[in-house]
Design a protein around this ligand. Structure first.
Ligand code: MN
Length: 205
């Protein structure tokens, strides 16, 4: 294996997204300390586990989406699900949102399927609060192009169920405990302030 091939393989196997903001960029909604633990420790551990589990196997070099969709229940699936979840999560935020709500086609679909943006926020917040234990709440697009809110336990991802994830709230305690302790609802209420709607809309294209 020459150097170039080694480099390509190492990039293909590096599932860590590059944060599009500084670690303190989302404060006070999400503190620097939480980003350092959540991105730097939790996500890095899922990435390390997934790389260790796939290296030297037929799965090496597979796209993360394919690993999530095709892996049987078990360690590869659990870690791949969490890697994809967190890639989408960290890339959906921005310190300087251009708008405080979706625009264009996504805005039209939200009105069609939820009645209003306020109603979507209310429903997604409610789902985040009632999800028992650890998991994720997603705004996603189903196979018919309709929008829906889907709750996923643990590291599950809507892609596994034929739905396209657009916006995800991580309700594992590690996502908010340092900043909000047990007040999950307070954390979710503030997340709306840092969403990059351009990125969320792009996912729906
Ligand atoms: Mn997390």
């Amino acid at each position: 294996m020459n150097c170039l091939t080694t480099l390509i393989v190492s990039i293909m196997n590096n599932f860590m997204p590059v944060l599009p903001y500084d670690t303190d960029g989302l404060a006070p909604v999400i503190s620097k300390e939480t980003i350092e633990y959540h991105y730097g420790k939790h996500l890095q551990t899922y990435v390390n586990n997934l790389e260790k589990l796939t290296r030297g196997t037929a799965l090496e070099g597979e796209e993360i989406e394919d690993l999530v969709i095709e892996s049987p229940e078990g360690p590869v699936y659990n870690n791949a699900g969490q890697v994809l979840n967190h890639q989408l999560y960290f890339l959906q935020f921005t310190p300087n949102p251009r708008t405080d709500r979706p625009e264009g086609k996504l805005a039209t679909l939200i009105v069609r399927d939820f009645g209003s943006f306020e109603e979507l926020k209310k429903k997604m917040t409610e789902q985040s609060i009632i999800l028992f234990g650890s998991g994720w709440v997603w705004l996603c697009m189903n196979e018919h192009g309709g929008l829906e809110i889907t709750s996923c336990p643990n590291g599950d991802n809507p892609l596994r169920h034929g739905k396209l994830p657009l916006l995800g709230f991580d309700v594992w305690e590690h996502a908010y405990y340092l900043d909000y302790q047990n007040r999950r609802a307070d954390h979710i209420a503030r997340l709306w302030e840092i969403i990059n709607w351009d990125e969320v809309s792009r996912r729906a294209e």
